[in-house]
Design a protein around this ligand. Sequence first.
Ligand SMILES: [Zn+2]
Length: 487
Amino acid sequence: MRLLLPAFCLLASGSWLLLSAQDAPHRLASRAAGETPLLADLRELCDTIGGRPTGSPACDRAVEWAARKFRDIGIQNVSVEPFTGQSLWLPGSAEGAATAPVKFTIRIAAAPMSPSTKGPLEARLLDVGEARPEDFAKLGAALKGAIVLVHSAEMKTFDDLFAEYFRNTTLLESARKYHPAAMLLESTRPRGLLYRHPISLDTSYAPMPAAVVSREHAERLARLAEKGEVRVRLAIANQTAPAYQSKNVIAEIRGRENPDEIVLIGAHLDSWDLGTGAEDNGVNAALVIDVARAFHDLGLAPRRTVRFALFTGEEQGMVGSEAYVARHRSELDRFAAVIMFDMGSGHTSGFFLNGREELRKPVSDALSAVDGLHANQQLPDAIDGTDNFDFMISGIPNLVAFQDPSTYLPDYHAESDTFDRINGREEKNNQAIAALLLWSLADNPERPAKRQTRAEVEKLVIDTKLDQQMKAFRQWDDFKAGKRGLF
Ligand SMILES: [Zn+2]
C-alpha cells in the first residue's frame, strides 16, 4: 500500500481541532497502515464465539461482545436495540445415508427455513436433474413421498450464487404441487464442502425438509439411480418457533457542528453456523469497530454525527436493519448517508452507488484524498441482499462496498468460512477506505445527496431493475403495500 504520510507539523493548541479535522484523512490512513486490533478482534469473535445465527445464544454473546468492544474503546453512546423477528430457524442435527442398493453415509447440511423430518425418513431417491418445472412434470405422481435430488452447477460468480437463490421459487412451487418427502440439493462447491442455503427467502417455512448434499455424494447417488432404485434415509432436526428476539448494537460519536445530521457505517454481526462467519461478515463487523476506534483514538469528531451499526438478522432477510429503519423512522430525514460493508476481506475497488449517480463525486473526492487506495471504480447498480436495503427504499443515500469476490465466494456460508481465510493486508486497506469515506461524508459542509421521495424511490427501483431482485427475495409485496420503505 502506498500512502501519503501526513506531514509533521507543530500545532498551536487553539488551532488544533481545526487542523486535526483538515488533516483527518491522512491521520486515519496512516493509523490504518500501522498496528490496529482489528484482526485480534475478529479472531476473538470467530474463535471464541464462532458461528452465530440470529436467535441463537451465540448471536446474543456476539451482541454483548460487540457492545463491550465499543465501550472499551471509550465511546460514551453505545446502545443495544432489541427487535422481534418472525419464524425462528436454527440448525440442530442432520444425518443422511444411502440404504440401498449400497449403504454409505452422505454428508448433508440442513437448509435454513426447512422443517425437520419427523424422526428418520426413508424413501426412494428420484433425480430431477436441473429441477426445471418440466423436470418435475416428467416424474409427476411418482414424486409423492420420494426424496428428490436436485443437481447444481459449480458456483463461480455472483450470478451463479443469485441463480441458486432464484431457483428456490421453482423448487417450492414444485414441492407444493408434487409433495415429495424431502429435497436434497447438490452442493455447488466441490470436495465435500457444505454450506447453509436458505430454501425460503421470506418468513414462511418450506413445505418439506431440505438439505444441501455434498457434490461427490450427490453425483454417486445420481449414477446409482441411473441403474436402478436407490433408497436414502434422512434424520434432520431443526429448531423452529413463531418468533425470536435479537438485538442491533449501535455506537455513536456526536457531530461537532451539525450533530442532528447522521452518517451511518454498518455491517452485519450475525452469521451462519457451519463456519465461524469470518468473511461473511465478522471481518467487516471488526472493521466497523476499528473505524470507531480510529475516530475516538485520534480525537476526530466530524461535522455530523457518525453512527457505527452492527446489525443482526441479516441472513434472515435483513431483519435487524429493517427494524432499525422502522425504529428510527422519525430521524430518517436527518440521515445524510449510509455505508455498508458485507463482502469479506477482498480488496475494495469501489462502491455500489445503488442508483444514486449524484453520490459518485462525493465518494470519489473522499477516496482521492489519500493516494494509493485504488477504490475509485464506482458502480451505478442498485443491489439487494444486505443491510443498505431498507435505507435505500426509504430514500436515504446509500453505498455498499464492492470487494474482490475471489476470497469471499468459495467460502460463502460454508464450513470453510473461518479466520484463516482472511486477507489481513487487504483488510487494513479496506479499513482505511471505510474510515476516509465516513469522515468525508460526515465532515463535508454539503450533504452528499438529498433524501429521495417515495415517487423517486419507485422510479429508481424500476430504472435499476431492483424490482426483479425484490420479487425474487419476496420483498416486493411489502414494498408495494408501503410496509417496507418508510416515509
Ligand atoms: Zn453477509
